[in-house]
Write a protein that binds this ligand. Structure first.
Ligand code: SAH
Length: 245
């Protein structure tokens, strides 16, 4: 009799413990569940839009698997953050399509130890992707509120290796140069000479060249023996590179 009651007591106790464990595990994981909706979307984005379209650079793929792109788009557009296209971020500017971010990142061959300059911070997403891979990122944005907003977000997300400056990126950021690589995310008529001058020997610069509204070409410029060697990559459409009045 005693043994029987003892068994029932043990069974109830062990069930309670089991249920308790599940409740604790669920509570511990619930904040992760919220993130998981986006983690799955991110995984799909990487698989179909990036790997599926030929992006092979592992560090780029890993960075884009990690950076929470939905936090870099306006909150009413979060549901579309991992779609295959650019999105408006206000002030007539856009966050580039994931494939374009990956393609430009892969093109500069980012690696640990590198120092990269970006012109056109916009949402800060490209800067965050680079910051996952290289040692330091210097990024310049001409639209004051966009620069402030992305600087705040990048700090909040813990990217201590990104410095945002507000101003015209035409002159680059010579105080921190020369750079291993430079990414320009707005379409210019030509490569701004100060940017070319701030590129290290062997360094890679990627920039959309062309007039707004017309076909632009993504160009890769490499510094070889002091001279810039240019190569056309693919037709693209970017917002215009503007100048401070
Ligand atoms: N890299 C961004 C894409 C932003 S779109 C992202 O990941 O979201 C291009 C950005 O370049 C715009 O925000 C635009 O304001 C900025 N821009 C245009 N001309 C510029 C200039 N001369 N100097 C700095 N930023 C410029």
């Amino acid at each position: 009799m005693d043994a029987c009651c003892g068994n029932i007591g043990k069974t109830v106790l062990s069930r309670l413990l089991t249920v308790g464990c599940f409740v604790i595990i669920f509570l511990l994981m619930s904040p992760v569940y919220g993130q998981d909706v986006y983690a799955a979307a991110r995984e799909k984005m990487v698989k179909y839009q990036l790997e599926g379209q030929g992006i092979r650079h592992k560090a780029t793929l890993d960075a884009m698997r990690k950076v929470p792109r939905h936090l870099f788009v306006p909150s009413d557009l979060r549901a579309y953050a991992y779609d295959d296209g650019p999105l408006p971020i206000g002030y007539e500017q856009t966050i580039s399509q994931p494939y374009m971010v990956a393609y430009m990142t892969e093109t500069i061959r980012p690696a640990k130890g590198m120092k990269v300059l970006e012109i056109g911070t916009g949402s800060g997403y490209q800067a965050a992707v680079l910051a996952e891979i290289v040692d330091s990122v210097f990024t310049i944005e001409i639209v004051d509120p966009l620069g402030k907003q992305s600087s705040t977000l990048l700090k909040k997300l813990g990217y201590k290796n990104v410095k945002v400056r507000i101003g015209d990126g035409f002159a680059g950021w010579p105080e921190h140069g020369p750079y291993d690589a430079i990414i320009v995310t707005a379409a210019a008529e030509d490569i701004p000479p100060p940017l070319a001058a701030q590129l290290k020997e062997g360094g890679r610069l990627v920039i959309p060249i062309g007039s707004p509204g017309s076909v632009q070409i993504l160009v890769l410029a490499t510094r070889v023996n002091g001279k810039l060697k240019q190569q056309n990559l693919l037709p693209v459409r970017f917002v215009p590179f503007t100048r401070e009045q």
